[in-house]
Write a protein that binds this ligand. Structure first.
Ligand code: FE2
Length: 364
């Protein structure tokens, strides 16, 4: 197979269903430096929901709450809490994308439809992936509006300075025990992705728990989806904790790229974003492990930023704590300096940090 049957231009947007979109929108503006750019709701003719569109560089987040207790959005929040519903993918042809994927076995979530307003038209279509998560294909070449038809430009009196969040590097799904390979196969067969890396429970285990992970990527590498499943351990895997509280498979974390992680994380901490803590002993032999790096060690240690090296370079990364009270969705901040991998050398330290939090919640 030489031709990519599903050419993707990148991530179009990520939509979260949340309990209170108005307040979540402020959280992401204040804490993460996103800018409010658009809105859809009763005032714009949408009767059953309110959606806020936030932007920073190439990233678009949509935060949606239902206005009534019935319906798909309310049911989703009741079951899962706040979480990612839509991983939208930017394509040239949303109808073709839907046909190619459903012909290969994808389950349709919504058939291709053309939606228009005075700024032109878009075509959107959706297919189901793990849990209740969906992929929406967005074709926007004939559209000049702020986001999608139905949305109107909206700004806030609070206009935060961007803090250097640039684009979504990868987006990780947690699935049930024994399901990882099925979903890897889904991305390979249905979406034409390639398996990039495999981590087994030897790579990702602590004294107590383990997980397995495989990373799939689309042809041009713009879209990468690691898929995790729990593995047997002495105690409960962090993936099981997620599955228990999310009540099923779903998006575990989104990794956001920055060109200056020290600046980005300094700003996030200043604004109250909480991060996982790794012991300061992590830094004792860091430079022996990763070799020479451009950054001074002290700010990395002060901010608890982790470093890992592969054949092509190194990367810096840090995980937030979950961004809602259920121990489910969190964010990773990542700066790549040549490395194309995912920080394998940090897995143990990170997962021990997660387990300490899990223990505090009584879920280990
Ligand atoms: Fe990650």
């Amino acid at each position: 197979m030489s031709q990519d049957f599903l050419p993707l231009k990148g991530t179009d947007y990520v939509e979260l269903y949340v309990g209170n979109a108005k307040q979540s929108a402020l959280y992401y503006q204040y804490a993460f430096g996103y800018e409010l750019i658009a809105y859809a709701g009763p005032e714009t003719g949408v009767k059953d929901r309110a959606s806020y569109v936030l932007k920073q560089d190439k990233i678009r987040l949509v935060l949606t709450s239902p206005l009534h207790p019935d319906g798909e959005i309310a049911d989703h929040i009741q079951k899962h809490g706040d979480g990612v519903k839509v991983l939208a993918l930017w394509v040239d042809d949303a109808e073709q994308s839907w046909k190619e994927t459903t012909n290969r076995g994808a389950v349709s979530s919504s058939e291709p439809k053309k939606i228009s307003d005075e700024n032109g038209h878009v075509v959107v279509s959706s297919i189901k992936t793990y849990g209740e998560t969906i992929h929406t294909f967005v074709e926007r070449k004939n559209y000049t509006g702020i986001f999608l038809p139905g949305y109107q430009p909206r700004s806030s009196t609070y206009t935060p300075q961007p803090i250097g969040l640039k684009y979504i590097d990868h987006c990780v799904g947690n699935v049930a025990l024994g399901e990882m390979n099925r979903w890897v196969e889904f991305y390979e067969t249905v979406m034409g992705f390639k398996l990039l890396i495999t981590f087994d429970d030897e790579d990702i285990s602590t004294e107590y728990s383990a997980l397995m992970s495989k990373v799939v990527s689309n042809g041009n590498g713009y879209v990468k989806f690691p898929i995790n499943e729990p593995a047997e351990g002495k105690k409960k895997s962090q993936i099981e904790e997620y599955l228990d509280f999310y009540r099923g498979p779903g998006v575990q974390h989104m990794a956001i790229a920055t060109d200056d992680i020290i600046h980005t994380v300094t700003e996030l901490r200043k604004r109250g974003v909480e991060f996982l803590v790794v012991p300061s002993s992590y830094y004792d032999d860091l430079l022996d492990r990763v070799g020479k790096i451009d950054e001074d060690l002290q700010p990395l240690k002060d901010l608890n930023i982790l470093v890992d090296r592969d054949d092509e370079g190194y990367l810096l990364q840090i995980f937030t704590k979950p961004v809602q009270d259920r121990p489910t969705l969190f964010f990773e901040i990542i700066q790549r300096k040549g490395a194309k991998s995912f920080g394998k050398g940090n897995f143990k330290a990170l997962f021990e940090a997660i387990e300490r939090e899990q223990g505090l919640r009584g879920n280990l």
